[in-house]
Structures are given as structure tokens and as C-alpha cells.
Design a protein around this ligand. Structure first.
Ligand code: BG6
Length: 489
């Protein structure tokens, strides 16, 4: 369905990596799928002058680099280019934002304005101040929305400061705080899977579930992002939002309706019911480590984190945390979260271990439900069966496995989904300030505690599986990191 109203997307940071890799190709894909209103325009804002023609050439190069020349529909490319305008907002020009506003009026663009801030986090508040001063956030006659890239603050206090600054100019309904994981199809599918399959809901609770794990492993290292990463670490970079949001969708209550407001309300409730990490038993609840040099499959030998960084650092590239949700459904069920750079595989999945089943004098505990988010979008249920034959005692584990995606299905990048949500005014896949606050509330005490040099930073070899010492956070000896979801295992 094409949008029913015209709008203007104003892209700050248009010359950055995100715009080149995700946003411009994503907008082109939306145009190709006829999702954009005929009068939807894109104003790319950069800090240097650039001619209109050079900008269009740049866009064409980005699109050709991404999609190749072969299947490019010339008419759609033409239509997409005609949507694009470049505007230089020169950093030393005090009139810059007034000129931007005037340009939008002069070009007769829609005053339904969506601002996408793909800029340094330290610039968020200033840009919003400047937009407000130029009258560009006033919703009297048209809507105005601002999308803020992550991270929203680097702890509770900075998030609160940013919020105080921007709420002078914006209502909550105008603020789109992004977590690109919420745009991933497999994440959107979690609620659907849980609530539309009648055999799942009755067992989705403390009576039947032993524990839950949320895993995000990357083979990727820190690369050329050392400055950013060393100021951030795995906990802030991945756990604070992507992983907590994944957990939230797996554990929240059923919303009253599948509306943006109801979904967010249940997510907020869930996040607020997660208990703080007990600081007096910190080492049994939280674990950190850094990769040292090793070898990555298909990549070869790689350096260790400190070698890449060139200095000493306590910053973690592996983080594992145990949490408890203090509500009727989940009380006393351990939740284990882990994330790492430079591990043995690229995989994000939720593993749910069911409680052991006592039958006669035996206890069986081979039931897992695994929801794989990436690279494959799939669901696995592991069961125990008897091995055919005369031996009455022989059993084996089988997996019922289903890929969510069929070869003919559309592949939509998470940024495409979220760009469309922004233009269409759907906030359900964006973070409410209460979610951000609840997330920082859990992460802050850990970060603070980790300033202490006496808390060990363990090592793991790049390309290996989880550091053995991370098992310290398990509640029981028979719990272990669920590492693989391959059917062959
Ligand atoms: C980003 C983090 O938010 O998410 C990166 O800053 C990380 O460090 C990336 O690599 C992972 O995203 P995805 O979609 O590849 O799982």
C-alpha cells in the first residue's frame, strides 16, 4: 500500500556510513516496492557544499553498488532520483537551520517533516534545539517527527539529560528512538509465535520453563571502531538495548491489543519488573572478558582486542548476565544473557530449556525450544523419542525444525521497516523513554562496578566458544550455554 500523505524525510548525516549502507538503499527499495507517496521527498543534509548533480551521481553509485546494474528498473531509479535534494548545512553559519526551513518551503515540499538524526550522539540535542528555533518542530498544521539513532545516552543520567533537553521541543509521540533489532522480522515474529500457537502459552511460565538464554555472538571484531567501542563495551553496545528488547518480546505479557500503545505498555511493565543485579553477589551474576588473538573461520588469524586498541583497557568484548523477572509468570526462572565479539559463530537466538520430566524413576531433561533470529530465522523444538528396535531403554533426541522464511519470501532490511514506520507514524517498533530508562537502570550498576580493576577481565581466544569461566553465573551445575541450533547436532 502506498502512503496516503506526502512527507519530507530530512536526513542528517547523509554522507555517513549508515546512510550509504542502509538508509539510501533502503529508501530505494521502498520506492521499488511502491511504498512511497508520489510526493515523498528526501532532503539529505550534509556539512559541506555539494552540487545537486554530484549528489544524484553519489546516490546512483550507492544504489548500483548495492543492487548491481542488471535488474535496476530505469523508471524507478529515475523516480527515486527525482525525490532527492541535497542541502548543505554549513557548521559555521548561524542562519543554517533557517535556510534549511526556507529551502523546504521554497521547493514546495510537504511540511510533514520526519528528521532522521544519523549523527554523533553529542549532536542530538543541539540539532533538535536548532530545528525548534527555526520553527521546524511545530505541529500546528502538519506532523513533525524526529528519529534518534542509538545510543540514547550512555547511562541513566545522560539519557535523562538528553530527554530533558529534547522534551522542551517534542512530545513523546514525536520521538522515534531507534533500536534496529526491533525492525528485524524474526523479532517481530516472536509475539506472533507465542500468542497465536495454542500449545505455547500454557507452558510459557515458571511451572514449565527451567531457564531462558538470549545469545548474540558475532565473529566480527571491533575493527576500526576502537575509539567508539572502548568508550562503550559489549554491555552498552548490545546488551543495553538489542538483547534486553529481544528478552522483553520473549517474556512480556500479552498486550490488550496488537496496537503500538498496548505493546509498548506491556514491554515497559516487563522491563520494570526485572530485578536489579545483587551487588553483594556480583561475580555470580555478571561476567566479562576480552578476546585475545586467535583465528576466525573464513578470515584467518586476527589480533586481540588490546593489540587493536594499542593500550590497556578493562572494556569487555564479552558480557554475560543473569537476571530474574519478578512477576507471577517468571519468578525464580533464571534468565541468562550473553553477547560477544569474535566468537566462533554469528548467531542470535533465544533458547528456552523446559523443566525436567520425571517418568517412573527417571528424569528426562532434553526439551528445548529455540527461536533463531539470525542468520537463520527459524524455530526448533527438541524432544526425546525411543530408538526403534528391541532395546527398550535406548532413546534419542530429535528436532522439529521449521524455517520461518521460504525462498520466495520478501527480504526486508530492518532499516527499511523502521524508515517506513517513521514516515507512517507507527511507534510500536521504537523505544519509549520508559523502556530506555528501565534498560539503563539495569545496566548502570554493572558499568559502575566494572570500573573496579579488581573485578577480573577474563580472556578468550578469538574464534573460540564461550570462556569456560563464564559458567560461574549458572544457578545449577546441570545448566550450560546452549551453543548450537544445527539439526545435525
Ligand atoms: C550495533 C552495534 O548496534 O549492532 C554493533 O553497535 C553490532 O557493534 C551490531 O555489530 C549488530 O547488528 P546486527 O544487525 O548485525 O546483529
Amino acid at each position: 500500500m502506498t502512503q496516503n500523505e506526502a512527507s519530507t524525510l530530512v536526513l542528517f548525516g547523509a554522507k555517513g556510513n549508515l546512510a550509504r549502507v542502509k538508509l539510501i538503499p533502503g529508501l530505494f527499495k521502498l520506492d521499488l516496492a511502491n511504498k512511497l507517496h508520489p510526493n515523498m521527498k528526501i532532503v539529505s543534509v550534509g556539512r559541506q557544499e555539494e552540487s545537486h548533480q554530484d549528489w544524484l551521481t553519489n546516490i546512483q553509485n550507492i544504489i548500483r553498488a548495492k543492487y548491481g546494474d542488471q535488474d535496476l528498473d530505469a523508471a524507478v531509479l529515475e523516480r527515486f532520483l527525482s525525490r532527492n535534494i541535497y542541502h548543505a548545512n554549513l557548521p559555521d553559519d548561524p542562519e543554517a537551520f533557517k535556510k534549511l526551513s526556507k529551502r523546504i518551503i521554497d521547493e514546495k515540499l510537504s511540511q510533514n517533516l520526519a528528521f532522521f538524526l544519523s549523527v554523533r550522539p553529542s549532536d542530538f540535542a543541539n540539532i533538535i534545539d536548532d530545528l525548534a528555533a527555526a520553527g521546524m518542530l511545530d505541529e500546528t498544521n502538519n506532523w513533525k517527527r524526529v528519529l534518534i539513532e542509538k545510543p540514547f545516552g550512555y547511562d541513566s543520567q545522560s539519557a535523562a539529560e538528553l530527554q530533558t533537553s529534547i522534551e522542551k521541543h517534542l512530545k513523546e509521540t514525536q520521538i522515534y528512538r531507534i533500536d534496529h533489532y526491533l525492525g528485524k522480522f524474526a523479532l517481530q515474529n516472536i509475539l506472533f509465535t507465542r500468542f497465536y500457537n495454542s500449545f505455547l502459552e500454557p507452558i510459557w511460565n515458571k511451572h514449565h520453563i527451567d531457564h531462558i538464554q538470549v545469545t548474540n555472538h558475532e565473529t566480527l571484531g571491533v575493527g576500526d571502531r576502537t575509539t567508539f567501542y572502548n568508550a562503550t563495551g559489549a554491555l552498552r553496545d548490545m546488551m543495553q538495548s538489542h538483547i534486553l528488547q529481544t528478552l522483553t518480546l520473549a517474556t512480556m505479557e500479552k498486550p490488550t491489543a496488537f496496537s503500538p500503545e498496548d505493546i509498548r505498555a506491556e514491554k515497559i511493565k516487563l522491563l520494570n519488573s526485572i530485578k536489579q543485579i545483587p551487588l553483594d553477589n556480583f561475580e555470580n551474576n555478571v561476567f566479562r572478558a576480552q578476546y585475545i588473538s586467535g583465528e576466525i573461520k573464513n578470515e584467518g588469524p586476527v589480533k586481540g582486542y588490546l593489540e587493536e586498541l594499542g593500550e590497556e583497557s578493562l572494556v569487555e568484548t564479552y558480557a554475560a548476565v543473569k537476571l530474574f523477572i519478578d512477576n507471577e509468570r517468571w519468578r525464580d526462572v533464571p534468565i541468562y544473557l550473553r553477547t560477544a565479539k569474535r566468537l566462533h559463530e554469528n548467531a542470535t537466538y533465544i533458547s528456552i530449556k523446559l523443566k525436567p520430566q520425571k517418568i517412573f524413576n527417571n528424569e528426562f531433561s532434553d526439551n528445548w525450544i529455540i527461536i533463531s533470529i539470525q542468520p537463520k530465522e527459524s524455530i526448533h523444538i527438541e524432544m526425546k523419542t525411543k530408538v526403534p528396535g528391541l532395546d527398550e531403554t535406548k532413546t534419542r533426541k530429535i528436532q522439529l525444525s521449521g524455517g520461518i522464511r521460504m525462498p520466495e519470501d520478501e527480504t526486508i532490511d530492518s532499516y527499511e521497516t523502521l524508515l517506513l514506520d517513521l514516515i507512517e507514524g507507527n511507534q510500536s517498533r521504537f523505544l519509549h523513554i520508559d523502556e530506555v530508562n528501565a534498560q539503563w537502570r539495569l545496566i548502570d550498576p554493572i558499568i559502575e562496578k566494572w570500573q573496579d580493576k579488581n573485578i577480573p577481565v577474563h580472556n578468550y581466544v578469538a574464534g573460540s566458544t564461550d570462556p569456560i569461566a563464564s559458567k560461574i553465573i549458572f544457578e545449577n551445575d546441570d545448566q550450560f550455554w546452549r551453543t548450537s541450533i544445527n539439526i545435525e547436532d
